[in-house]
Design a protein around this ligand. Structure first.
Ligand code: ZN
Ligand code: FE
Length: 259
């Protein structure tokens, strides 16, 4: 059984810590800051086997060099299509990685859009998707395109619904506010919002979520739903002919009027 725990960093980042109960090794996903990772690994007597990076942004790679200095044997995995500090294993779609100490295997998916070379790691019913899919939301389009992000999200949407979504930020409550703008009559969104409010009031993470819940409540995975199409067309002030156009309209709507 793989144990996966969040290490909080900055104001709302999650660095995911992977280990086996009782094991001596750990892997981390997107260590934007080395300090809280070093603290946790020392406290738990773990040595770092792998650093898995989803994309190039500073809040995901900022701690890599310092962790590598302390644990030089840790292998740095990351996207082939982006500049990643100390990168040793440049990954693209379909690659597989095997972590012997943590006893886990992951398949690499190309999920560009937030950035041009963003990747995700899929394994053990978990998806580490960085800033591509968030709980009830998705990343902004920075150095990729809306078309890429839409395609990447559709790919994720086709994974088994029980897949756990380990995204890299605690944005859930905020995202659910926008989801309710798009679909004010969606009862699953209303219920999820109440639950997320309670979870956050107790200072607990809302992540991971399950893909099945995202499919019912995340407007960025619902660009084919009539209610979402209608809301996007109202915002755009014209008919939208494809789910890609609907996706682009709601992403633009959130950027311009909600955030
Ligand atoms: Zn990012
Ligand atoms: Fe980020």
């Amino acid at each position: 059984m793989l144990e996966i725990n969040p290490i909080s960093a900055f104001s709302d980042n999650y660095i995911w810590l992977l280990r086996r109960p009782g094991g001596a090794f750990a892997a981390v996903v997107d260590p934007g800051d080395a300090v809280p990772v070093i603290q946790r690994l020392r406290q738990d007597g773990l040595s770092l086997e792998a650093i898995m990076i989803t994309h190039k942004h500073g809040d995901h790679v900022g701690g890599v060099k310092e962790l590598k200095r302390i644990w030089p044997e840790a292998v740095v995995y990351g996207p082939a299509g982006e500049p990643i500090p100390a990168l040793e294993r440049a990954l693209t779609d379909g690659d597989q990685i095997k972590l012997d100490g943590v006893a886990a295997e992951f398949l690499v998916l190309d999920v560009p859009g937030h950035t041009e070379g963003h990747i995700a790691y899929l394994g053990q019913d978990a998806l580490f998707c960085g800033d591509t899919l968030f709980a009830a939301g998705c990343g902004r389009v920075f150095s990729g395109t809306h078309e890429q992000l839409h395609r990447s999200l559709q790919r994720i949407a086709a994974l088994p619904p029980e897949t756990r979504i380990y995204c890299a930020h605690e944005y859930t409550l905020d995202n659910l506010g926008f989801a309710a703008w798009v679909e004010p009559k969606n009862k699953d969104i209303a219920q999820r919002r109440r639950e997320a409010e309670e979870t956050r009031a107790g200072d607990r993470p809302t992540v991971p979520s399950r893909l099945g819940l995202e499919l019912r409540t995340n407007p960025f995975l619902r660009s084919g739903e009539p209610a979402v199409v209608a809301a996007a067309e109202r915002y755009a002030g014209r008919g939208l002919q494809s789910s890609a156009a609907v996706f682009k309209a709601i992403r633009t709507w959130k950027d311009r009027e909600y955030d």
